[in-house]
Design a protein around this ligand. Structure first.
Ligand SMILES: Nc1nc2c(ncn2[C@@H]2O[C@H](COP(=O)(O)OP(=O)(O)O)[C@@H](O)[C@H]2O)c(=O)[nH]1
Ligand SMILES: [Mg+2]
Length: 351
């Protein structure tokens, strides 16, 4: 899973990147075009618990790759910025709400809703330029009865997408058949990618009424103070808890953000456990047991027999696999079983 951090210049993208990844990249580098990339562990208390219980040689958390995409996404986006944006699976929009007299805003005023619209417009324009060109070319062949079956699918899909984009709507609103979806996948339309917004507020505005109202107006958003989060990330464990409780927080907002990202992207985690390894696996919600087994290894998918399943909640409540079994909380599931968030899975297979 690759998440691209995008937004206007000086909105705090690099600060957010540092907070998320524990990096120490220079901030305030207006106009520098260099993307930063880092892979981070997804904090998960369930893995902490299982690791203590099984005491394995190795503990592996799920990971997310973050890309700090510099420059602005707006009506004059740089081609490099757009190209980098096509490569990610989903977006984090960084919206500036913090005031800081020494940091100029490219549009000279603080207005996160306007900035959200700017980003949206930038993404729509980038998609339009691609869709438009291809649509016009296909229009010449397909409407004359020429063109392959594949091109006809592409043409009908692009027609539906253009219709949305022209009305300043996202391509994701176009309802496509599975085949149409396949036919246009290679275009990597920006406005078909999921996204969520971080409203970057001043240090003292995290829980103000104004912030609460703002977050309600912006879809899929939450407030953070990127500056504070970056500082929190730098502290060691002990100082961190003290600092957080001073701020009246239970945990860094960044953890909350990652859970929200999972929700927005429709992702869940299942676990494999044992003496060798306790590990989290990330899958799309709705995947069946056989397909999920394939995430671990293709042999497990090919030779799938059954899945032995506990729920994390049962193991936590009852303390061990034996006790969960005694309580009748052990399940044998077939290949069509839809894997649930928090399932602890052991795949039986034969190849
Ligand atoms: N006061 C305040 N300043 C911030 C915050 N986040 C970023 N900044 C400042 O805004 C400037 C631009 O930040 P940067 O992360 O480089 O923005 P980018 O251009 O979007 O990557 C830097 O001087 C940061 O220190 C914040 O939460 N509060
Ligand atoms: Mg930057």
């Amino acid at each position: 899973m690759k998440l691209g951090i995008i937004g206007l210049e000086q909105s705090g993208k690099t600060t957010v990147f540092n907070a998320l990844t524990g990096s120490d990249k220079e901030v305030g580098t207006f106009g520098k075009i260099e993307a930063h990339v880092a892979i981070v562990k997804v904090p998960d208390e369930r893995i902490d618990f299982l690791s203590k219980l099984y005491n394995p040689k190795k503990t592996a958390y799920a990971t997310i790759e973050f890309v700090d995409i510099p420059g602005s996404i707006n009506n004059t986006s740089d081609a490099k910025v757009i190209a980098a944006s096509r490569e990610v699976d989903a977006f984090v929009f960084t919206l500036r709400a913090f005031t800081n007299a020494s940091v100029p805003h490219p549009l000279d005023s603080i207005d996160p809703i306007r900035d959200h619209d700017q980003i949206k417009l930038g993404l729509i324009l980038a998609d339009m330029s691609i869709a438009d060109k291809r649509y016009e070319r296909l229009n010449k062949s397909v409407t004359k009865g020429a063109g392959t079956a594949e091109e006809k699918l592409e043409f009908s899909a692009l027609g539906k997408i253009m219709e949305k984009l022209q009305h300043e709507k996202y391509a994701s609103e176009a309802v496509l058949t599975e085949q149409e979806e396949k036919a246009i996948r290679a275009f990597q339309f920006l406005t078909r990618k999921p996204y969520l917004s971080l409203v970057n507020v001043s240090d003292n505005a995290l829980s103000s009424n104004e912030t609460t109202e703002l977050v309600q107006k912006i879809p899929n958003s939450m407030a953070i103070s990127a500056n504070i989060e970056m500082e929190i990330r730098k502290l060691d464990e002990k100082d961190r808890s003290a600092f957080l409780s001073d701020l009246g927080l239970n945990e860094p907002s960044i953890n909350l953000f990652i859970r929200k990202a999972y929700q927005t992207l429709g992702l869940i985690s299942f676990f494999t456990v044992g003496e060798d390894e306790v590990r989290a696996w990330t899958i799309n919600k709705g995947l069946n047991a056989q397909a999920a087994a394939g995430k671990i290894h293709s042999d497990l998918e090919r030779g799938f027999i059954r899945a032995e399943v506990f729920s994390f909640a049962d193991i936590k409540e009852l303390g061990s696999e034996q006790d969960a079994k005694k309580a009748g909380r052990f399940r044998l599931e077939g290949k069509e079983y839809i894997v649930q968030d928090g399932d602890i899975v052991n795949i039986k297979f034969s190849v």
